[in-house]
Design a protein around this ligand. Structure first.
Ligand code: CA
Length: 241
């Protein structure tokens, strides 16, 4: 797997690169935000091999790490793991809302970091693609239909009345989870552990933010019902008219 390591401290980068290479990663090192953005852009001769994961240190010399995350997100769908010394809940939520897929606080355990890298890559499908299955070969399961909403799990596409609605990775994961069992109440902790794979405090707020943005992006405020004190459930709308 190719991994982009964004880290301005050469000592930290060298040590981490050595560990990652030992575990089979091809590491590309960027020392600042500009190099990171350049690394994900296609070359003049065509597409580079995509990265499976970006490890992004938030303390960079040239640009704010959060800004770099937002820009990476607009350029590529490669999952981003933020690495930072800031452990406060607000920083984590800010990072997740900018589209980071996970958040690791320094000092971290290398084993845990590797586990998170693999988990994020697996979820995004990068690992499977590396193993030989072409992306197009994903199972062509019929989309889940929820009234006017169609959720295609294999392509991660969502449409309302046939019109595609772009969602962030986590918004899609949340909708896909609820949509697989319409009418069933999912507990908050259950959703957080399924979608964010963590139980850190503060994700509760992040969950609310994602529910609100799904309701508004799909223009269907009643699609996801809040079950007070418990969690959420998806309510399939009755056909119009
Ligand atoms: Ca740094």
């Amino acid at each position: 797997m190719r991994l982009l390591l964004v880290e301005d401290d050469d000592h930290v980068a060298a040590a981490l690169s050595a560990v990652l290479k030992k575990h089979g990663f091809e590491v590309v090192h960027a020392r600042n935000g500009e190099e990171a953005l350049q690394a994900v852009l296609p070359t003049a001769h065509g597409q580079r091999a995509p990265f499976a994961v970006v490890l992004l240190d938030l303390g960079l010399p040239d640009q704010d790490g959060y800004q770099v995350c937002g820009r990476l997100r607009r350029l590529t769908s490669t999952p981003v793991i933020m690495v930072t010394a800031r452990s406060d809940v607000r920083s984590r939520i800010h990072g997740l809302n900018l589209g980071a897929d996970d958040y690791v606080v320094k000092p971290y355990d290398t084993g845990e970091l590797l586990a998170r890298i693999h988990a994020v890559a697996r979820r995004s499908g990068a690992a499977e693609t590396e193993d030989g299955a072409a992306p197009g070969e994903a199972q062509e399961a019929a989309p889940l239909r929820l009234g006017p909403v169609a959720v295609e799990l294999s392509t991660r596409r969502v449409s309302v009345d046939g019109v595609a609605v772009p969602l962030t990775r986590k918004e899609f994961d949340l909708l896909a989870l609820l949509a697989q069992r319409p009418g069933v109440v999912f507990r908050r902790e259950q959703i957080i552990s399924e979608v964010w794979r963590t139980s850190w405090e503060g994700t509760g707020r992040t969950l609310e933010v994602h529910v609100a943005s799904l309701r508004s992006k799909l223009r269907m405020p009643a699609l996801i019902e809040t079950v007070r004190g418990v969690g959420y459930r998806l309510v399939v709308p009755a056909p119009a008219g």
